[in-house]
Design a protein around this ligand. Structure first.
Ligand code: NAD
Ligand code: MG
Length: 400
């Protein structure tokens, strides 16, 4: 029996993880669940999965949850705050941690799981983007098993040799081909993007996801973050990671080898496949995802990304090449800009401008410690706030 902690249990990935776990009560039991503020949903999950601990984001939320659990006569312990998240990620007896908090908020607990030598199932790509070398060093030092949940990286992992040593050349790998759906605005006239609403940006053609990653998919910053994620996970330099637009999202990514072979992992676009893969690795279990019917899919298309349409993708490659804390700056500026867009304080095409302004303003330094990374994260958030204030009215107000 494997005891699992799920960080971000009420999110899109968290719910899909519990869906897979519920199919295999003989294999998995839930040790702990966390949610930021959706207390009712977390209480319902506690009723179904009976975790030992449940963690929320504030004392007020903890009081609410405790009252709900008492009414259900559950003896789940309630805790709140970052230290509590780190505790459930590193607790003795926990075999595996699903890191599915969105954004920088997930860094500390995800790192805690890595340092404690857990099996870390990594959905929270922002944590790795921010702390790349430090995170990979923590995994190596503790002997943790790091398994990617991001569908692209999970696909690449499956297409690499089993004993892959994070170096392309010895494995005969020439390129990592990261596929991208292109998001909802792949073909929309660029001049009309100023008028895009949060609802339109969150309506992804192929995947149902949380709001932040949905906006990242629309700007293609998501793919940019994934390029950086692939760099750290697979030891691939920027010029060996190529983004390929593939609107059907059936091929989840590919690895190209010296002898001309290209290996791909295919499936229906449903995150329960990579989640089940990581949960059972190296075995295979049912995920609830329908088998892929290629004759139904019919056609698979591919094209090169347009860096002018998607400036965030170029900004992410720049940050990766710059190294040090540049990816942490990029990530923090993006989180602030995306939230401002979701709050309708800036227009869609101002997201990349805010990030570019922050990258221009702040020099990056060495990512020598978690504190250094967090200091840069804070500086970038402040600079992004200033850049947003300097923009004035949302662009879309002018065009509406
Ligand atoms: P979501 O918004 O649906 O869920 C986020 C979860 O994090 C929720 O449980 C929420 O309670 C928790 N959370 C939010 N802010 C928090 C904070 N400050 N402190 C503690 N917890 C907090 O997001 P999601 O779509 O499930 O994505 C989660 C992560 O997985 C992201 O990093 C995303 O990039 C990654 N990911 C998601 C998908 C997908 O299909 N949804 C695919 C690949 C990668
Ligand atoms: Mg992905």
């Amino acid at each position: 029996m494997q005891h699992i902690t799920i960080l971000g249990a009420t999110g899109s990935i968290g719910v899909s993880t519990l869906d897979v776990i519920a199919r295999h009560p003989d294999r998995y039991s839930v040790y702990a669940l966390s949610a930021h503020s959706r207390v009712d949903e977390l209480a319902a999950q506690c009723r179904q999965f009976r975790p030992k601990v449940a963690v929320v984001g504030s004392a007020a939320a903890a009081d609410q949850l405790a009252a709900l659990l008492r009414a259900m006569e559950l003896d789940t312990e309630v805790a709140w705050g970052e230290q509590a998240l780190c505790d459930i990620a590193s607790a003795a007896g926990v075999h595996a941690v699903m890191a599915a908090i969105v954004g920088a908020a997930g860094l500390a607990p995800t790192l805690a799981a890595a340092r404690a030598g857990k099996k870390v199932m990594l959905a929270n790509k922002e944590a790795l983007v921010m702390s790349g070398q430090l995170f990979m060093d923590a995994v190596a030092a503790s002997g943790a098993t790091l398994l990617p949940i991001d569908s692209e990286h999970n696909a690449i992992f499956q297409c690499l040799p089993a004993n892959y040593g994070r170096q392309l050349a010895p494995a005969g790998v020439t390129k990592i081909l990261l596929t991208a759906s292109g998001g909802p605005f792949l073909k929309r006239a660029v001049e009309t993007l100023d008028a895009v609403t949060p609802a339109e940006a969150c309506k992804h053609p192929k995947w149902v996801m949380g709001r932040k990653i949905s906006v990242d998919s629309a700007t293609m910053m998501n793919k940019g973050l994934e390029v950086i994620e692939a760099h750290w996970l697979f030891g691939a330099p920027a010029d060996r990671i190529e983004v390929v637009i593939h609107p059907q999202s059936v091929i989840h990514s590919m690895v190209s080898y010296e002898d001309g072979s290209v290996l791909a992992e295919l499936g229906n676009p449903d995150m329960r496949t990579p989640i089940a893969h990581a949960l059972a690795y190296p075995e295979r279990i049912a995920s609830g995802v329908a088998q892929l019917d290629l004759t139904q899919v019919g056609t698979l298309q591919f094209e090169k990304p347009d860096f002018k349409r998607f400036p965030c993708l170029a900004l992410a490659y720049d940050a990766l090449r710059a190294g040090g804390t540049a990816p942490a700056l990029l990530n923090a500026a993006n989180e602030v800009a995306v939230q401002a867009f979701l709050d309708e304080r800036i227009g869609f095409r101002q997201i990349d401008r805010v990030i570019a302004a922050v990258m221009d303003e702040l020099p990056h330094g060495p990512a020598s410690s978690v504190d250094a990374v967090l200091a840069q994260d804070a500086a970038a958030r402040a600079a992004a706030g200033r850049a947003i204030a300097a923009l004035g009215q949302p662009l879309k107000a002018a065009t509406a």
